[in-house]
Design a binder for this molecule. Structure first.
Ligand SMILES: Cc1ncc(COP(=O)(O)O)c(C=O)c1O
Length: 433
Protein backbone atom coordinates (compact mmCIF):
# COMPACT_ATOMS: atom_id res chain seq x y z
CA UNK A 1 0.00 0.00 0.00
CA UNK A 2 1.35 3.44 -0.88
CA UNK A 3 1.76 6.16 1.70
CA UNK A 4 -1.23 8.09 0.33
CA UNK A 5 -3.55 5.14 0.83
CA UNK A 6 -2.78 4.79 4.49
CA UNK A 7 -5.43 6.04 6.86
CA UNK A 8 -4.35 8.39 9.64
CA UNK A 9 -5.26 5.64 12.09
CA UNK A 10 -2.91 3.20 10.35
CA UNK A 11 -0.17 5.80 10.37
CA UNK A 12 -0.79 6.47 14.07
CA UNK A 13 -0.68 2.77 14.92
CA UNK A 14 2.54 2.37 12.98
CA UNK A 15 4.12 5.37 14.69
CA UNK A 16 2.96 4.11 18.06
CA UNK A 17 4.63 0.76 17.42
CA UNK A 18 7.85 2.53 16.45
CA UNK A 19 8.04 5.07 19.27
CA UNK A 20 6.06 3.80 22.26
CA UNK A 21 7.31 1.01 24.51
CA UNK A 22 5.44 -2.18 23.71
CA UNK A 23 4.54 -2.69 27.37
CA UNK A 24 1.95 0.05 26.84
CA UNK A 25 -0.68 -2.07 25.12
CA UNK A 26 -3.40 -0.08 23.39
CA UNK A 27 -6.37 -0.50 21.06
CA UNK A 28 -6.32 0.76 17.45
CA UNK A 29 -8.29 3.98 17.98
CA UNK A 30 -6.49 7.29 17.47
CA UNK A 31 -8.66 9.93 19.09
CA UNK A 32 -9.12 13.37 17.56
CA UNK A 33 -11.85 14.77 19.85
CA UNK A 34 -14.43 13.67 22.37
CA UNK A 35 -17.63 14.97 23.90
CA UNK A 36 -20.14 13.42 26.29
CA UNK A 37 -20.25 9.71 25.52
CA UNK A 38 -18.78 10.02 22.03
CA UNK A 39 -15.28 9.92 20.57
CA UNK A 40 -14.24 10.91 17.04
CA UNK A 41 -11.05 9.48 15.63
CA UNK A 42 -8.43 11.03 13.35
CA UNK A 43 -10.23 9.59 10.30
CA UNK A 44 -13.56 11.14 11.29
CA UNK A 45 -15.14 7.89 12.52
CA UNK A 46 -17.40 8.19 15.55
CA UNK A 47 -17.36 5.73 18.45
CA UNK A 48 -19.80 5.40 21.30
CA UNK A 49 -17.61 5.20 24.36
CA UNK A 50 -18.42 2.41 26.83
CA UNK A 51 -14.92 2.67 28.33
CA UNK A 52 -14.69 6.31 29.46
CA UNK A 53 -10.90 6.26 29.55
CA UNK A 54 -11.28 3.33 31.98
CA UNK A 55 -13.81 4.95 34.25
CA UNK A 56 -12.45 8.50 34.21
CA UNK A 57 -15.34 10.15 32.41
CA UNK A 58 -18.35 9.60 34.66
CA UNK A 59 -19.39 13.19 33.94
CA UNK A 60 -18.71 12.77 30.21
CA UNK A 61 -15.87 13.87 27.95
CA UNK A 62 -15.26 17.62 28.06
CA UNK A 63 -17.96 18.49 30.58
CA UNK A 64 -18.54 22.18 29.70
CA UNK A 65 -18.16 23.30 33.34
CA UNK A 66 -14.80 21.51 33.54
CA UNK A 67 -13.59 23.07 30.29
CA UNK A 68 -14.73 26.50 31.47
CA UNK A 69 -12.95 26.12 34.83
CA UNK A 70 -9.79 25.03 33.03
CA UNK A 71 -9.90 28.01 30.66
CA UNK A 72 -10.17 30.41 33.59
CA UNK A 73 -7.34 28.66 35.44
CA UNK A 74 -5.10 28.76 32.33
CA UNK A 75 -5.02 32.54 32.61
CA UNK A 76 -4.06 32.48 36.29
CA UNK A 77 -1.24 29.95 36.81
CA UNK A 78 -0.49 26.36 35.82
CA UNK A 79 1.83 24.88 38.39
CA UNK A 80 3.11 25.84 41.80
CA UNK A 81 3.85 22.57 43.65
CA UNK A 82 1.68 22.70 46.75
CA UNK A 83 4.78 22.17 48.89
CA UNK A 84 6.23 25.44 47.59
CA UNK A 85 3.29 27.76 47.02
CA UNK A 86 -0.11 26.70 48.23
CA UNK A 87 -3.24 27.56 46.28
CA UNK A 88 -6.91 27.64 47.11
CA UNK A 89 -8.28 25.03 44.65
CA UNK A 90 -6.21 22.27 46.36
CA UNK A 91 -7.63 23.20 49.75
CA UNK A 92 -11.15 23.47 48.33
CA UNK A 93 -10.96 19.97 46.85
CA UNK A 94 -9.85 18.66 50.26
CA UNK A 95 -12.78 20.49 51.84
CA UNK A 96 -15.25 18.96 49.35
CA UNK A 97 -13.76 15.49 49.91
CA UNK A 98 -14.14 16.01 53.68
CA UNK A 99 -17.73 17.21 53.46
CA UNK A 100 -18.65 14.27 51.24
CA UNK A 101 -16.50 11.64 52.93
CA UNK A 102 -18.12 8.32 53.87
CA UNK A 103 -15.37 7.71 56.43
CA UNK A 104 -15.64 7.41 60.19
CA UNK A 105 -15.11 10.55 62.28
CA UNK A 106 -16.43 14.09 62.31
CA UNK A 107 -13.30 15.87 61.15
CA UNK A 108 -11.87 14.72 57.83
CA UNK A 109 -8.71 15.69 55.98
CA UNK A 110 -7.23 14.75 52.60
CA UNK A 111 -4.02 14.39 50.65
CA UNK A 112 -4.01 14.81 46.86
CA UNK A 113 -1.93 12.81 44.39
CA UNK A 114 -1.57 12.25 40.64
CA UNK A 115 -2.84 8.71 40.24
CA UNK A 116 -4.80 5.98 41.92
CA UNK A 117 -1.63 3.97 42.52
CA UNK A 118 -0.07 6.90 44.32
CA UNK A 119 -3.21 7.33 46.45
CA UNK A 120 -3.05 3.66 47.44
CA UNK A 121 0.64 3.89 48.28
CA UNK A 122 -0.04 6.90 50.47
CA UNK A 123 -3.03 5.27 52.14
CA UNK A 124 -0.65 2.50 53.22
CA UNK A 125 1.98 4.99 54.39
CA UNK A 126 -0.62 6.87 56.43
CA UNK A 127 -2.05 3.63 57.88
CA UNK A 128 1.43 2.51 58.93
CA UNK A 129 2.18 5.87 60.52
CA UNK A 130 -1.17 5.89 62.34
CA UNK A 131 -0.94 2.34 63.71
CA UNK A 132 2.81 1.80 63.97
CA UNK A 133 2.23 -1.56 62.24
CA UNK A 134 3.84 -2.81 59.01
CA UNK A 135 1.47 -5.31 57.36
CA UNK A 136 -1.18 -4.78 54.68
CA UNK A 137 -3.95 -7.24 53.83
CA UNK A 138 -5.34 -7.28 50.30
CA UNK A 139 -7.65 -9.54 48.33
CA UNK A 140 -7.58 -11.82 45.34
CA UNK A 141 -8.87 -10.17 42.13
CA UNK A 142 -7.82 -6.76 43.46
CA UNK A 143 -6.37 -4.01 41.31
CA UNK A 144 -4.67 -1.15 43.12
CA UNK A 145 -2.18 0.18 40.53
CA UNK A 146 1.17 -0.41 38.87
CA UNK A 147 3.82 1.20 41.10
CA UNK A 148 5.85 -1.22 43.20
CA UNK A 149 3.71 -1.38 46.35
CA UNK A 150 0.41 -0.94 44.45
CA UNK A 151 1.50 -3.62 41.95
CA UNK A 152 2.34 -5.93 44.84
CA UNK A 153 -1.16 -5.32 46.19
CA UNK A 154 -2.65 -6.06 42.76
CA UNK A 155 -3.78 -9.57 41.98
CA UNK A 156 -3.35 -10.28 38.28
CA UNK A 157 -0.21 -11.68 36.77
CA UNK A 158 -0.21 -9.63 33.58
CA UNK A 159 0.54 -6.57 35.75
CA UNK A 160 3.29 -8.30 37.72
CA UNK A 161 5.03 -10.87 35.54
CA UNK A 162 8.79 -10.30 35.52
CA UNK A 163 8.59 -7.21 37.73
CA UNK A 164 9.50 -8.71 41.12
CA UNK A 165 10.78 -8.81 43.76
CA UNK A 166 7.67 -7.33 45.26
CA UNK A 167 7.16 -5.18 48.34
CA UNK A 168 7.25 -7.02 51.67
CA UNK A 169 4.49 -7.27 54.28
CA UNK A 170 1.61 -7.59 51.80
CA UNK A 171 -0.70 -10.53 52.57
CA UNK A 172 -3.42 -11.74 50.22
CA UNK A 173 -6.61 -13.61 50.97
CA UNK A 174 -9.61 -14.68 48.83
CA UNK A 175 -12.34 -12.12 48.17
CA UNK A 176 -15.95 -13.16 47.81
CA UNK A 177 -16.72 -14.25 44.24
CA UNK A 178 -20.07 -16.02 44.54
CA UNK A 179 -20.26 -16.97 40.84
CA UNK A 180 -17.02 -18.94 41.26
CA UNK A 181 -17.90 -20.43 44.60
CA UNK A 182 -16.33 -18.06 47.12
CA UNK A 183 -18.97 -16.78 49.56
CA UNK A 184 -18.64 -14.06 52.19
CA UNK A 185 -18.38 -16.75 54.85
CA UNK A 186 -15.54 -18.45 52.92
CA UNK A 187 -13.70 -15.15 52.55
CA UNK A 188 -14.07 -14.31 56.25
CA UNK A 189 -12.89 -17.73 57.36
CA UNK A 190 -9.89 -17.50 54.96
CA UNK A 191 -9.00 -14.16 56.49
CA UNK A 192 -9.27 -15.59 59.98
CA UNK A 193 -7.01 -18.44 58.89
CA UNK A 194 -4.53 -15.94 57.43
CA UNK A 195 -4.44 -14.35 60.88
CA UNK A 196 -3.47 -17.74 62.33
CA UNK A 197 -1.09 -18.91 59.62
CA UNK A 198 0.70 -15.97 58.02
CA UNK A 199 0.33 -12.66 59.80
CA UNK A 200 -0.43 -11.57 63.33
CA UNK A 201 -3.53 -9.32 63.12
CA UNK A 202 -1.92 -7.11 65.75
CA UNK A 203 0.79 -6.25 63.20
CA UNK A 204 -1.65 -5.36 60.39
CA UNK A 205 -1.95 -1.64 59.65
CA UNK A 206 -4.80 -1.85 57.14
CA UNK A 207 -6.95 -3.98 54.91
CA UNK A 208 -7.66 -2.59 51.46
CA UNK A 209 -10.80 -3.53 49.56
CA UNK A 210 -12.63 -2.33 46.45
CA UNK A 211 -16.39 -2.39 47.18
CA UNK A 212 -16.83 -3.52 43.58
CA UNK A 213 -13.67 -5.11 42.26
CA UNK A 214 -13.03 -3.38 38.96
CA UNK A 215 -10.17 -4.77 36.92
CA UNK A 216 -10.72 -8.10 38.71
CA UNK A 217 -14.06 -8.57 36.96
CA UNK A 218 -16.70 -6.12 38.25
CA UNK A 219 -17.37 -8.26 41.29
CA UNK A 220 -19.55 -6.44 43.83
CA UNK A 221 -18.92 -7.44 47.40
CA UNK A 222 -21.94 -9.30 48.83
CA UNK A 223 -23.97 -7.03 51.17
CA UNK A 224 -22.70 -8.67 54.37
CA UNK A 225 -18.99 -8.72 53.51
CA UNK A 226 -17.90 -5.09 54.13
CA UNK A 227 -19.77 -5.01 57.49
CA UNK A 228 -18.14 -8.27 58.57
CA UNK A 229 -14.74 -6.99 57.47
CA UNK A 230 -15.36 -3.75 59.38
CA UNK A 231 -16.14 -5.79 62.49
CA UNK A 232 -12.97 -7.85 62.08
CA UNK A 233 -10.90 -4.68 61.62
CA UNK A 234 -12.38 -3.18 64.78
CA UNK A 235 -11.64 -6.34 66.76
CA UNK A 236 -7.94 -6.09 65.86
CA UNK A 237 -7.41 -2.32 65.60
CA UNK A 238 -6.87 -2.53 61.83
CA UNK A 239 -7.73 0.39 59.53
CA UNK A 240 -10.26 -0.26 56.74
CA UNK A 241 -9.16 1.36 53.45
CA UNK A 242 -11.98 1.63 50.91
CA UNK A 243 -10.51 1.82 47.38
CA UNK A 244 -13.05 3.75 45.31
CA UNK A 245 -10.70 4.84 42.55
CA UNK A 246 -12.92 3.04 40.01
CA UNK A 247 -16.21 2.46 41.88
CA UNK A 248 -16.52 5.99 43.31
CA UNK A 249 -17.84 9.28 41.87
CA UNK A 250 -21.33 7.83 41.20
CA UNK A 251 -20.13 4.87 39.15
CA UNK A 252 -22.51 2.68 41.17
CA UNK A 253 -25.23 5.35 41.56
CA UNK A 254 -24.54 7.13 44.86
CA UNK A 255 -21.34 9.15 45.18
CA UNK A 256 -19.49 6.31 46.93
CA UNK A 257 -20.06 2.60 46.39
CA UNK A 258 -19.56 1.94 50.11
CA UNK A 259 -22.85 3.79 50.71
CA UNK A 260 -24.61 0.64 49.46
CA UNK A 261 -23.17 -1.25 52.43
CA UNK A 262 -23.76 1.03 55.42
CA UNK A 263 -20.12 0.80 56.45
CA UNK A 264 -17.84 3.65 57.50
CA UNK A 265 -14.26 2.98 56.37
CA UNK A 266 -11.27 4.67 58.00
CA UNK A 267 -9.73 5.89 54.76
CA UNK A 268 -11.06 6.21 51.22
CA UNK A 269 -8.93 6.41 48.08
CA UNK A 270 -10.35 8.27 45.09
CA UNK A 271 -9.15 8.98 41.57
CA UNK A 272 -10.13 8.47 37.92
CA UNK A 273 -13.39 10.46 37.44
CA UNK A 274 -12.48 12.78 40.32
CA UNK A 275 -10.46 14.96 37.93
CA UNK A 276 -13.02 14.97 35.10
CA UNK A 277 -10.30 13.85 32.68
CA UNK A 278 -7.29 15.39 34.42
CA UNK A 279 -4.94 13.41 36.65
CA UNK A 280 -6.07 13.65 40.26
CA UNK A 281 -6.41 11.19 43.13
CA UNK A 282 -6.92 11.49 46.85
CA UNK A 283 -6.72 9.89 50.26
CA UNK A 284 -9.34 11.02 52.75
CA UNK A 285 -10.01 10.02 56.33
CA UNK A 286 -10.42 11.29 59.86
CA UNK A 287 -8.01 14.01 60.86
CA UNK A 288 -6.17 12.05 63.55
CA UNK A 289 -5.34 9.24 61.09
CA UNK A 290 -4.43 11.55 58.21
CA UNK A 291 -2.29 13.72 60.51
CA UNK A 292 -0.28 10.70 61.69
CA UNK A 293 2.13 11.30 58.80
CA UNK A 294 4.65 13.94 59.87
CA UNK A 295 5.00 17.30 58.07
CA UNK A 296 6.97 16.64 54.89
CA UNK A 297 6.05 12.95 54.93
CA UNK A 298 3.42 13.36 52.21
CA UNK A 299 3.76 15.26 48.97
CA UNK A 300 4.92 15.20 45.37
CA UNK A 301 5.78 17.68 42.66
CA UNK A 302 2.54 17.61 40.70
CA UNK A 303 0.02 16.00 43.08
CA UNK A 304 -3.18 18.06 43.21
CA UNK A 305 -2.02 20.41 40.49
CA UNK A 306 -4.18 23.52 40.03
CA UNK A 307 -5.77 22.48 36.72
CA UNK A 308 -6.83 19.11 38.10
CA UNK A 309 -8.23 20.76 41.22
CA UNK A 310 -10.40 23.32 39.43
CA UNK A 311 -11.65 20.49 37.19
CA UNK A 312 -12.51 18.42 40.27
CA UNK A 313 -14.46 21.28 41.82
CA UNK A 314 -16.62 21.44 38.67
CA UNK A 315 -17.00 17.65 38.75
CA UNK A 316 -18.14 17.79 42.39
CA UNK A 317 -20.77 20.38 41.47
CA UNK A 318 -22.07 17.99 38.80
CA UNK A 319 -22.03 14.71 40.69
CA UNK A 320 -23.57 16.07 43.89
CA UNK A 321 -26.71 17.12 41.99
CA UNK A 322 -29.42 14.70 43.15
CA UNK A 323 -30.58 14.48 39.51
CA UNK A 324 -27.12 13.23 38.45
CA UNK A 325 -27.16 10.42 40.99
CA UNK A 326 -30.80 9.57 40.23
CA UNK A 327 -29.94 9.37 36.53
CA UNK A 328 -26.95 7.13 37.27
CA UNK A 329 -29.18 4.77 39.26
CA UNK A 330 -31.86 4.73 36.56
CA UNK A 331 -29.18 4.12 33.95
CA UNK A 332 -27.99 1.14 35.96
CA UNK A 333 -31.48 -0.35 36.00
CA UNK A 334 -31.86 0.22 32.28
CA UNK A 335 -28.51 -1.40 31.42
CA UNK A 336 -29.08 -4.32 33.79
CA UNK A 337 -32.48 -5.01 32.20
CA UNK A 338 -30.92 -5.08 28.74
CA UNK A 339 -28.01 -7.25 29.87
CA UNK A 340 -30.42 -9.75 31.46
CA UNK A 341 -32.24 -9.94 28.11
CA UNK A 342 -28.94 -10.56 26.33
CA UNK A 343 -28.10 -13.28 28.87
CA UNK A 344 -31.43 -14.97 28.15
CA UNK A 345 -30.57 -15.10 24.43
CA UNK A 346 -26.82 -15.75 24.43
CA UNK A 347 -25.62 -18.94 26.16
CA UNK A 348 -22.05 -17.62 26.51
CA UNK A 349 -23.18 -15.20 29.22
CA UNK A 350 -22.44 -16.92 32.50
CA UNK A 351 -23.42 -14.06 34.74
CA UNK A 352 -24.71 -10.49 34.60
CA UNK A 353 -23.39 -8.64 37.61
CA UNK A 354 -22.43 -5.31 39.08
CA UNK A 355 -23.80 -2.53 41.20
CA UNK A 356 -25.85 0.36 39.80
CA UNK A 357 -24.49 1.25 36.36
CA UNK A 358 -21.15 -0.47 37.06
CA UNK A 359 -22.14 -3.62 35.16
CA UNK A 360 -20.55 -6.47 33.26
CA UNK A 361 -21.08 -9.81 31.57
CA UNK A 362 -18.89 -12.74 32.56
CA UNK A 363 -18.47 -14.93 29.47
CA UNK A 364 -18.03 -18.69 29.67
CA UNK A 365 -17.56 -21.55 27.25
CA UNK A 366 -20.15 -23.59 29.06
CA UNK A 367 -22.63 -22.51 31.74
CA UNK A 368 -22.14 -25.75 33.69
CA UNK A 369 -18.35 -25.91 33.74
CA UNK A 370 -18.05 -22.07 33.79
CA UNK A 371 -14.82 -22.40 31.79
CA UNK A 372 -13.75 -18.76 31.21
CA UNK A 373 -14.16 -17.56 27.60
CA UNK A 374 -11.30 -15.04 27.35
CA UNK A 375 -10.92 -15.31 23.57
CA UNK A 376 -14.65 -14.66 23.17
CA UNK A 377 -14.40 -11.53 25.32
CA UNK A 378 -11.58 -10.11 23.23
CA UNK A 379 -13.33 -11.10 19.97
CA UNK A 380 -16.45 -9.32 21.24
CA UNK A 381 -14.63 -6.09 22.06
CA UNK A 382 -12.89 -6.22 18.65
CA UNK A 383 -16.20 -6.81 16.83
CA UNK A 384 -17.80 -3.97 18.80
CA UNK A 385 -15.03 -1.60 17.75
CA UNK A 386 -15.68 -2.42 14.10
CA UNK A 387 -19.31 -1.43 14.69
CA UNK A 388 -18.40 1.83 16.42
CA UNK A 389 -18.50 0.86 20.11
CA UNK A 390 -15.53 1.17 22.43
CA UNK A 391 -15.75 -1.64 24.97
CA UNK A 392 -13.30 -3.12 27.48
CA UNK A 393 -12.72 -6.56 28.86
CA UNK A 394 -11.49 -7.25 32.38
CA UNK A 395 -11.44 -10.02 34.97
CA UNK A 396 -8.86 -12.28 36.47
CA UNK A 397 -9.48 -14.63 33.48
CA UNK A 398 -9.91 -11.71 31.02
CA UNK A 399 -13.37 -13.06 30.19
CA UNK A 400 -15.55 -10.21 31.48
CA UNK A 401 -16.98 -7.47 29.27
CA UNK A 402 -17.48 -4.35 31.38
CA UNK A 403 -19.45 -1.18 30.89
CA UNK A 404 -17.95 2.12 32.00
CA UNK A 405 -20.10 4.41 29.87
CA UNK A 406 -20.11 8.10 30.85
CA UNK A 407 -23.11 8.49 33.16
CA UNK A 408 -24.39 11.40 31.08
CA UNK A 409 -25.15 9.07 28.13
CA UNK A 410 -28.66 9.36 26.68
CA UNK A 411 -31.09 6.45 26.84
CA UNK A 412 -31.08 6.16 23.04
CA UNK A 413 -27.30 6.04 22.90
CA UNK A 414 -26.99 3.47 25.66
CA UNK A 415 -29.61 1.26 23.98
CA UNK A 416 -27.73 1.63 20.70
CA UNK A 417 -24.49 0.62 22.41
CA UNK A 418 -26.08 -2.40 24.04
CA UNK A 419 -27.50 -3.51 20.67
CA UNK A 420 -23.98 -3.35 19.24
CA UNK A 421 -22.68 -5.25 22.23
CA UNK A 422 -25.19 -8.05 21.68
CA UNK A 423 -24.61 -8.21 17.92
CA UNK A 424 -20.85 -8.34 18.50
CA UNK A 425 -21.19 -11.06 21.11
CA UNK A 426 -23.46 -13.12 18.86
CA UNK A 427 -21.06 -12.74 15.94
CA UNK A 428 -18.02 -13.59 18.03
CA UNK A 429 -19.81 -16.61 19.55
CA UNK A 430 -20.76 -17.88 16.08
CA UNK A 431 -17.17 -17.52 14.91
CA UNK A 432 -15.86 -19.26 18.02
CA UNK A 433 -18.31 -22.09 17.96
C1 LIG B 1 -9.68 0.24 42.17
C2 LIG B 1 -8.47 0.87 41.58
N1 LIG B 1 -7.49 1.30 42.40
C3 LIG B 1 -6.38 1.87 41.92
C4 LIG B 1 -6.20 2.03 40.56
C5 LIG B 1 -4.92 2.65 40.05
O1 LIG B 1 -5.20 3.90 39.50
P1 LIG B 1 -4.16 4.59 38.47
O2 LIG B 1 -4.23 3.81 37.20
O3 LIG B 1 -4.69 5.99 38.36
O4 LIG B 1 -2.83 4.53 39.13
C6 LIG B 1 -7.19 1.60 39.68
C7 LIG B 1 -7.00 1.75 38.21
O5 LIG B 1 -7.65 1.13 37.42
C8 LIG B 1 -8.35 1.00 40.20
O6 LIG B 1 -9.31 0.55 39.38
Amino acid sequence: MSLQERTRTEAAVEAKERWVARGVATGPVAVARAEGAWIEDVDGRRFLDFAGGIGCQNTGHNLPAVVEALREQLDRYLHQCFVVGMYEPYVEVCQRLAELSPCRGAEQKSFLANSGAEALENAVKISRAATGRPAVVVFQNAFHGRTLLAMTMTSKLVYKKGFGPFAPEVYRTPAPYPYRGVSSADAISSLERLFKSDVDPESVACVVLEPVQGEGGFIPMPPDFPPRLRELCDRHGILYVDDEVQAGMCRTGPLWAIEHYGVEPDLITTGKSLGGGLPLAGVTGRAEVMDAAHPGGLGGTFGGNPLSCVAALAVFDAVTEPAFQAHATALGERIRGRLEEIAARVPAVGEVRGLGPMLALELVEDRDTKAPAAALASATTAAALERGLLLLACGIYSNVVRILVPLVVSDDDVDHGLEILEASLVDASARAG
